[in-house]
Design a protein around this ligand. Structure first.
Ligand code: FES
Length: 574
């Protein structure tokens, strides 16, 4: 058997071998009908596919992959498509977020273990984007992102209905008795009219925008609808480009620098993006050793305005956003706040990519001088209720509640919340603050999107449309309200949130960045002495996750996954 030798091209450490080992590595692949010259040292491009019928948002990815392959072949590369765990946000229980880190391990090990020189990541539904970026970052090969694109605008009885946002609005109408069950069910098929991810500026669209703002995709990646021919053209061009990136050795770590993350944080403010981006970008940065903290979100992005008039904060949907110019138009508008020298995967700087970006609709993408919402980034709160931080998206909140003192109505966990929230006898009024515990990374487990608790029906009937809500959970990017999220440390680890009791007063001061539980230190110490940890899973992935997941302010990655393992692998398969 020949000894492994360091080849110029990574894939040649497999395919460039003599003897029995080379036979093993090539012969079975030739069973696919591949000619011998494909193994001659040309760049081998892995197409990392999250297609699944259980992730309907990613159900166009088989076709998308075929377009990537065309581009790879044209540029002289050798494409090999492989599946990884897919995460369907709407189907997976208890929450897709429980599996983000597991999928990232699948991605990392699938890339590392195989004869791949460069990677195309096909990403769409919420958690598939961070999972693929995290896994690929830990290997650090030349990598390009291709998002699946948003679905067509929802339309029900002549009105636009946004993914997620529409469900939340209509379900509140059902609970308030103003929409019938029959009409509610009819609206289901009218909201999701095509393949593609949620077409509001929810987490999927936010993360696709982050991919583009980070420089990890070709321009326009964020907004082209999933079924638009230009989405397939983008996939085709990305296939061509990744081959060049391998030849240039343009690795992920050369693109994903701290300046790229800072640009993404600013872009997130300008698009009114999801709070979920906070956790995901911290986790991705952690894989690359980029120094990024929760406080950077506030320091870098919180004073920037939101320019994009999209649901859940605004009026329009992703299709409108694309027709208005998409993310390049937004980035050009905020260019004075960006690091324009940041490199991107197409070999040009971010500034070069956006220099001539046009805007075709100023109602959808507002000028910087006349923003849709001022100071729209993520605010990071601290205080005795969240010593390690909590976040709020002020642009989705009610302005009159951004400074508020109220009496806590406490739910010990999500079951307790669901059992009591519709109870007419619930002791709650328009000044109350809803507090939900045990929905953080360890507590749920997986940190579910339940932080935007539905309001009590009796308050809805009184015309109350928002309450301050506080939890260690996340919130769907399609949701809205005065919702404090990601309280860290979480209740399940004995954080101060675990100690809140019914009737306590809480002070929220978003301008002052403060979240305070108005209970004396002595009383909190007494409560802490009485606290016992909740029961935890005892086997399988959930146990591994619970034992190793970090808190939200660190990105909720597993402690042993932070950093990377690189692309070198010792040993042969036989
Ligand atoms: Fe898949 Fe929203 S549920 S993108």
């Amino acid at each position: 058997m020949s000894a492994p030798k360091k080849a110029a091209r990574r894939s040649q450490e497999w395919f460039g071998r003599d003897g029995k080992q080379g036979f093993y590595y090539r012969s079975w692949l030739k069973g696919l009908g591949l000619p011998h010259d494909l193994f001659d040292g040309r760049p081998v491009i892995g197409i990392c596919n999250t297609w699944s019928e259980l992730t309907p948002c990613n159900s166009s990815f088989r076709e998308l992959a075929e377009h990537v392959k065309r581009g790879v072949y044209e540029a002289g590369g050798f494409p090999l498509e492989f599946p990884v765990m897919s995460l369907g946000e709407t189907q997976m229980r208890p929450t897709a977020m429980l599996f983000r880190n597991l999928a990232s391990m699948d991605v990392e090990e699938s890339i590392r273990a195989n004869p791949i020189d460069g990677v195309v990541l096909l990403m769409g539904c919420d958690k598939t984007t961070p999972a693929l970026l995290m896994g690929a970052a830990s290997v650090n090969l030349p990598t390009i992102g291709v998002s699946g694109g948003p679905s067509l605008s929802g339309n029900w009885r002549g009105k636009q209905v946004g993914s997620g946002t529409g469900v939340i609005e209509m379900s509140e109408m059902v609970r308030a008795g103003t929409l019938s069950q029959e009409d509610f069910i009819e609206a289901e098929a009218c909201m999701q009219r095509s393949r593609g991810s949620c077409m509001t500026m929810g987490t999927a669209s936010t993360m696709a925008s982050m991919v583009e703002a980070l420089g990890m995709s070709l321009p326009e990646n964020a907004a082209i609808p999933a079924v638009d021919s230009r989405r397939f053209r983008l996939a085709h061009l990305s296939g061509r480009r990744i081959v060049e990136m391998v030849r240039e050795d343009l690795r992920m770590s050369k693109v994903l620098t701290r300046q790229a993350f800072a640009n993404a944080i600013r872009a997130n403010a300008a698009i009114g993006g999801s709070t979920n981006a906070v956790i995901h970008l911290l986790a991705i940065a952690g894989r690359l050793g980029v120094d990024l903290t929760l406080d950077d979100w506030d320091a870098i992005g919180s004073r920037l305005p939101c320019l994009v008039n999209l649901k859940p904060s605004g009026q329009y949907l992703m299709e409108d956003f694309y027709y208005a110019g998409g993310l390049p138009a937004v980035l050009r508008e905020i260019s004075q706040h960006l690091d324009l020298d940041a490199p991107t995967v197409n070999g040009r700087s971010l500034g070069e990519n956006i220099a001539d970006a046009p805007c075709w609709n100023r109602d959808v993408i507002r000028p910087l001088a006349e923003p849709f919402k001022p100071e729209a980034g993520i605010a990071v709160l601290r205080g005795n209720l969240a010593p390690d931080g909590a976040v709020i998206k002020p642009s989705a909140a009610s302005p009159q509640l951004l400074r508020h003192r109220g009496r806590a109505v406490v739910f010990e966990d999500i079951k307790d919340f669901k059992a009591r929230i519709d109870d007419e006898a619930l002791d709650v009024d328009g000044n109350s603050i809803l507090v939900l515990k045990h929905c953080g990374p360890r507590g749920y487990p997986g940190m579910a999107e339940v932080g935007n608790m539905p309001l009590p029906p009796k308050l809805l009937r009184q015309g109350v449309t928002d309450l301050v809500r506080i939890s260690d959970a996340r919130m769907s990017g399609t949701a809205y309200g005065t919702v404090v999220l990601h309280v860290s440390p979480e209740a399940a680890t004995g954080g101060p949130l675990a100690l809140v009791r019914e009737g306590d007063f809480i002070e929220l001061d978003v301008p002052g960045r403060r979240l305070h539980l108005d209970v004396s230190d002595d009383e909190l110490a007494r409560r802490r002495a009485e606290w016992t940890p909740p029961p935890a899973p005892t086997r399988g992935w959930s146990k591994l996750y619970i034992d190793h997941v970090q808190q939200a302010h660190l990105g909720a990655d597993l402690d042993f996954l932070v950093g990377g393992s690189g692309d070198e692998v010792a040993g042969d398969s036989h």
